[in-house]
Design a protein around this ligand. Structure first.
Ligand SMILES: *Cc1c(COP(=O)(O)O)cnc(C)c1O
Length: 444
């Protein structure tokens, strides 16, 4: 196997006591593959062992050794209100005492579907699932059924969960491991996935001329190769080419949905997809995701139609309660606050890097940002892969030692939450200034 691209050696003398975490990790590795239940948690890409978390509140994580961190992973996106938000916790508690799962319809899932449809106008009908993976996979199945075509187009470095046909050239943890898709994915499953470079109109046009697609699938702002927003006009071109091709346009808004605006990136861009995939925030930190679209399309889904998709825990009452409580708090003021926090954090990170002459580019959108260790903002996956991963890893390790838990991969975004107040941002920037100083010292 080739050397994982983002796996680097540990060089930092991080003064962090993680004795108990190390003990747990040792035991975990005897019971869980790699000691974790999702690869990027292992922190291999920054050359250290994972940190086991004991609890979290607001913007802060506490590990099993008693260290506290300002958290920017935020469960990889769901925790937009911060951890253990009082309203979410009490909604989940109230739901739990009434039974944790029935496998029968509930009022809460109707209310959450209404809350989604109200915010995302293209989402007339909604089908809940338990993970973004299932939702994306099912949206593709629906697109294939609706068009009678097999091929789908996705972008290099975009992540749509780990289903076979969508793992091809995926970002996020797949990219971190530098595995081309994954062993175990059949050539047949991969053959119907055509991959095109993000923000490359010519390749996109060429692919659309060559193939008849069931779906053009995109994160409307790519956020699993680091945050790489669409170039001006690129989403409009996608919409135009999907229509001309007879393909459905599917936006995977699992990250951007309810984060950049109530209606996600489709609201921000004004480009409306045929199907939308959402997840993360919609479950408020519990397992829920969904796919949605026009009544005409979604009525193809069983039992209204003939496209089968199901789930024992789909629409789980605890997850519905957490999602409803979360969306209820995301009003206009919340988005203003989140945007201001993101901007202050991004500006402060730029200043801190500049102070120590570390060439980074901070790319931001409301509620997320990426600190690229590159002189210019990447416009696609090839460029994102050219970042200085060693420096990024050293930065992340130093941040941890100074009490900031940033995503341990160049391909993941930081997620500030509504619980990140001015004091948290200040604490972060003080740590970042020290971390950039250490990166600069080790590079010289
Ligand atoms: C996280 C993510 C998924 C997969 O969601 P899971 O709940 O982890 O299965 C799909 N698409 C995007 C854009 C994501 O960021």
């Amino acid at each position: 196997m080739s050397a994982p691209a983002e796996r680097v050696s540990e060089t930092s003398p991080a003064a962090l006591n993680t004795t108990h975490s190390s003990e747990l990790y040792e035991r975990a590795r005897t019971l869980l593959p790699g000691g974790v239940n999702s690869p990027v948690r292992a922190m291999r890409s920054i050359g250290r062992d994972p940190i086991f978390i004991d609890s979290a509140a607001g913007c802060e994580l506490t590990d099993v050794d008693g260290n506290t961190y300002v958290d920017y992973v935020c469960s990889w996106g769901p925790m937009i209100l911060g951890h253990a938000d009082a309203d979410v916790v009490s909604a989940v508690q109230a739901a739990a005492v009434r039974g944790t799962s029935y496998g029968a319809p509930t009022e809460a899932e109707v209310e959450l579907a209404a809350a989604i449809a109200e915010r995302i106008p293209s989402a007339e009908l909604v089908r809940m699932t338990s993970s973004g993976t299932e939702a994306a996979m099912s949206a593709v199945r629906l697109a294939r059924a609706a068009t009678g075509r097999d091929k789908i187009l996705k972008f290099a470095g975009a992540y749509h969960g780990f289903s076979d046909s969508l793992l091809v050239d995926a970002g996020s943890g797949v990219a971190t491991l530098a595995v081309p898709g994954s062993p175990g994915v059949t050539a047949a499953a991969a053959a119907d996935t055509i991959v095109v470079e993000w923000n490359d109109p010519d390749s996109l046009r060429a692919a659309c001329e060559r193939y008849e697609f069931a779906a053009l699938l995109a994160e409307p702002a790519a956020a699993n190769m680091g945050l790489v927003p669409p170039a001006p006009g690129f989403l409009e071109l996608l919409r135009e080419l999907a229509d001309a091709n007879g393909a459905l346009l599917v936006f995977d808004e699992v990250i951007t949905g309810f984060r950049v605006a109530p209606g996600g990136w489709q609201q921000v861009s004004g480009v409306t997809p045929d199907l939308t995939v959402i997840g993360k925030i919609v479950g408020g930190g519990l397992p829920a995701a969904a796919y949605a679209g026009s009544a005409e399309l979604m009525n193809r889904i069983a039992p209204a139609g003939d496209v089968y998709q199901a789930g024992t825990l789909s629409g789980n009452p605890l997850a519905m309660a957490a999602g409803l409580a979360t969306l209820a708090k995301l009003d206009a003021t919340a988005y203003e606050t989140l945007a201001a926090t993101t901007t202050a954090l991004a500006a402060g990170l730029r200043d801190a890097a500049a102070e120590h002459g570390v060439p980074v580019t901070v790319v931001e959108a409301c509620g997320l940002l990426t600190v690229f260790f590159a002189a210019a903002a990447p416009e696609n996956y090839s460029q994102a892969r050219e970042c200085d991963f060693e420096a990024h890893a050293a930065f992340c390790r130093a941040l941890l030692a100074h009490g900031v838990y940033a995503p341990p991969s160049q391909y993941e975004a930081w997620f500030p939450s509504l619980a990140h107040d001015d004091q948290a941002v200040e604490r972060t920037l003080t740590a970042a200034t020290q971390a950039f100083a250490e990166v600069a010292r080790s590079a010289s």
